[in-house]
Design a binder for this molecule. Sequence first.
Ligand SMILES: Nc1ncnc2c1ncn2[C@@H]1O[C@H](COP(=O)(O)OP(=O)(O)OP(=O)(O)O)[C@@H](O)[C@H]1O
Ligand SMILES: [Mg+2]
Length: 233
Amino acid sequence: MLAIEGLAVGYGPIPVVFEVSLAVGAGEVATLIGRNGMGKTTTVRAIMGLLTPRAGRVRVDGVDLAGHPAHRIARAGLGLVPEGRQIFPSLTVTENLIATAADRAAGSRVAPWTLARVFDLFPPLAERRRAWGRTLSGGEQQMLAIGRALMTNPRVLILDEATEGLAPTIRAEIWRCLAALKAEGLAILVIDKDLAALGRLADRHHVIEKGRIVWAGPPDALTPARAARTLGV
Ligand SMILES: Nc1ncnc2c1ncn2[C@@H]1O[C@H](COP(=O)(O)OP(=O)(O)OP(=O)(O)O)[C@@H](O)[C@H]1O
Ligand SMILES: [Mg+2]
């Protein structure tokens, strides 16, 4: 569903990502893991068309969209839950969800997302549907950020540090939700530091070091030594 090949990207003259290749299919979860500043968010920005790649391909269902504008890439079926959530503070929960809603891309195999479905997935959001974005707790903001990405009816959902800074019960809730979305056939690319939770959910890890994928494989092949090095602990 999503295949990245040889992606290179930077900021102005400064190269940051040199060689990232990864793939995730429908009903699969792939991860991009690595220490702070290794290029995870930069990779995601390039995938989404928010930065222009210097090289490489970003194929969505076989079509290379590298270098295309962000709105086209979103419309092709990539939904992003950005680092830092970035919900609209002066819109209500419902307005946040409607703001970026889009019709399902042709050929999508998953059921269309509606307000009612998002509220079913995240009952706490339903209770706060008329609350301003800025008044939400961190966990509620994160649920809203995921709900907002789902309302674009993505075929591929990309989450950049979606459980960061959340209480353990809320994190468990997010992981439960991602498992349900995977079971529905969504392709999911997740960046996170919770290797234990990722190990239960993911089909394939991709370890990034200084802008290069240095290891890829199934979670049970990630040795404790590699895991420790990956997260710098
Ligand atoms: N807007 C920017 N302009 C210039 N350099 C940047 C910019 N954003 C990030 N960088 C640099 O690019 C490198 C990779 O940053 P990036 O945010 O992609 O890392 P990351 O793997 O997502 O880290 P973290 O785990 O902290 O989120 C870092 O050295 C960072 O300082
Ligand atoms: Mg980041």
